[in-house]
Design a protein around this ligand. Structure first.
Ligand code: C2E
Ligand code: CA
Ligand code: CA
Length: 258
């Protein structure tokens, strides 16, 4: 008998119970973080999910998304995020500047491997009337380890409608680079761990390699987790096209930015 373990389990069970109510109780919130270009102009936003728990306050996605996957809430959470993001795109449609912005949405492995994934995205696009060109789906390398051919088919089907793709946390996946050419991806996101230790020679080498690889494939690169001007300047000097991080803006409700 371990009282600590029991407490942990009790917390987990009550979190799971609360999580099931999150959508109907309007506790999910979508935060937005700007992605800027070399001239510091906003090119779009990444949508980041938050759970406003009535007692615990704001819960981070790293905590509740694995739980939601575990109890099969991801389909509904995923659709909720996609719908909110598309409504935001629709909202900006008539503004000359904002209509050019993309909204990047994180896709979970569960969601991507679902047989209905493509239909789901198409349905949300149709229902909201959002321009598919403004929607960018972020996948991670680890999602490409299983059923790669099927994943490529799904990506191609959506790409044909105009939807764009980014590879998130790039550089952390230890996967073969040969699959990259087969993917309709037009953006790589350098993982923030490489940006964080930018004084480290090995990390700079990796950053330079990713930028060279991306250039050879005609793919754009976003550096994530840029927290200070030194990091921005170093990345800029190596030719990085886009930046995201606390230095430019923290994730916040869209009213703060839009
Ligand atoms: P991610 O996709 O890599 O998102 C970027 C994370 O880095 C966000 O954490 C963001 O708040 C954080 N970040 C941004 N700039 C900085 C910075 O300058 N310094 C540092 N230290 N961190 C920065 P967040 O919002 O806690 O999200 C964590 C992860 O949860 C995301 O990582 C993503 O994998 C997942 N996630 C978020 N929203 C969703 C969603 O709607 N669906 C799914 N499936 N996953 C989501
Ligand atoms: Ca992401
Ligand atoms: Ca990332």
């Amino acid at each position: 008998f371990d009282p600590m373990l029991q407490k942990e389990m009790a917390t987990r069970i009550s979190l799971l119970r609360d999580l099931r109510l999150a959508i109907q109780e309007n506790q999910l919130q979508l935060y937005y973080q700007p992605i800027v270009d070399r001239e510091l102009r906003v090119t779009g936003y990444e949508a980041l999910l938050r759970w406003k728990h009535p007692v615990l306050g704001m819960v981070k996605p790293d905590i509740f998304i694995p739980l939601a996957e575990h109890i099969n809430l991801i389909p509904s959470f995923g659709i909720w995020v996609m719908r909110m993001a598309c409504m935001q795109i629709k909202n900006w449609e008539n503004d000359p500047v904002r209509s050019q912005w993309t909204v990047s949405v994180n896709v979970s492995a569960r969601q991507l491997h679902d047989v209905d994934f493509v239909t789901c995205v198409e349905t949300v696009l149709a229902e909201t009337g959002a321009n598919p060109q403004c929607l960018r789906l972020e996948l991670t390398e680890s999602m490409l380890h299983e059923n790669l051919n099927l994943v490529i088919e799904k990506m191609q089907a959506l790409r044909q409608k105009g939807v764009r793709f980014a590879l998130d946390d790039f550089g952390t996946g230890y996967s073969s680079l040969s699959y990259l050419r087969q993917l309709p991806v037009e953006q790589l996101k350098i993982d923030r761990s490489f940006v964080h230790d930018i004084e480290n020679k090995d990390d700079v080498a990796i950053i330079k390699m990713i930028l060279a690889l991306a250039a050879s494939m005609d793919v754009e690169v976003v550096a994530e987790g840029v927290e200070n001007d030194e990091q921005r300047r170093t990345l800029h000097g190596h030719g990085c096209q886009m930046f995201q991080g606390y230095f430019f803006g923290k994730p916040a409700p869209i009213e703060v930015y839009g």
